[in-house]
Design a protein around this ligand. Structure first.
Ligand SMILES: [Zn+2]
Length: 263
């Protein structure tokens, strides 16, 4: 009756309604019980699409990390509707997609896709792939211990000063999304117009709508993500250079320079 993907998203949503912990979920879901929230076909398609994109990010980042003699630990992804518990506190729709460094899970609200399309005018499947690739970019920062080097500064620096590091982190995540896009294009996965969709999305979310989670607790404080022009440029740079060295350019001029850790 249902394919694996459909059953999966039904289980996930039901699980959240019951207040379960997403990290406890088995990877392969069993068929859903009969009483459940109706899941739209759009959500099912979205989940299937994002699962494919997530797998693509894993291919790309495994290869990239291997080239630097590093191991890439895969993140998890959780689609939720309205609200769910995350390792970083309560996740709500109005926070937008985010990555929680504590549990290494990307949280995406299913309504965000429509919002991206209707409110930000950034439609197209690859626009949403960019959003996921950006969040995976934060996971990459976590893996490279960049988050671990930057987050402590928040306690040490005045807010305005720390915001510069926050912007640098966001732009670097855009760079990593551009890097990812370069490799999927090289693999021949992209259609005409996909990169434009991603660039459009990068430049249309030039405010705090996609809030990055701090790893401490969820709060409504806005982050600055950089201007539209900066975000588009960061994506561009990632697509152009697709290496880790140029990914550090966003911290140029700042007092504290994090390093990605290789061995
Ligand atoms: Zn971000």
């Amino acid at each position: 009756m249902f394919g694996g993907g459909i059953g999966g998203v039904v289980i996930l949503l039901l699980y959240f309604l019951l207040g379960g912990n997403p990290s406890d979920l088995p990877k392969q879901s069993t068929p859903a019980p009969s009483e459940q929230r109706q899941v739209s076909q759009e959500e099912t398609v979205l989940e299937d699409f994002l699962s494919v994109v997530l797998a693509d990010t894993e291919d790309v980042w495994h290869e990239k990390f291997n080239a630097y003699g590093l191991d890439y630990a895969e993140p998890k992804m959780t689609l939720f509707n309205q609200t769910t518990q995350s390792g970083c506190g309560l996740a709500q729709s109005n926070m937008g997609p985010f990555y929680c460094p504590r549990d290494q899970i990307v949280y995406l609200d299913v309504s965000f896709y429509n919002e991206l399309k209707n409110t930000f005018g950034a439609g197209g499947d690859f626009a949403f792939a960019y959003v996921l690739a950006h969040e995976i970019g934060h996971h990459v920062q976590n893996q490279l211990n960049i988050i671990g080097q930057i987050h402590p500064l928040r306690q040490q620096l005045p807010e305005a000063e720390y915001n510069k590091y926050s912007v640098a982190m966001e732009l670097q995540a855009d760079y990593f999304a551009g890097l990812f896009s370069y490799y999927v294009q090289e693999k021949g996965y992209l259609e005409q117009g996909d990169i434009d969709e991603a660039m459009n999305a990068a430049s249309s979310i030039g405010d705090d709508r996609i809030q990055r989670m701090s790893g401490q607790e969820v709060n409504a404080d806005s982050f600055t993500h950089g201007t539209s022009k900066q975000r588009k440029n960061a994506f561009d740079q990632g697509f152009k250079y697709h290496d880790l060295e140029h990914a550090m350019q966003f911290f140029a001029g700042l007092k504290y320079q994090p390093r990605f850790q290789t061995h």
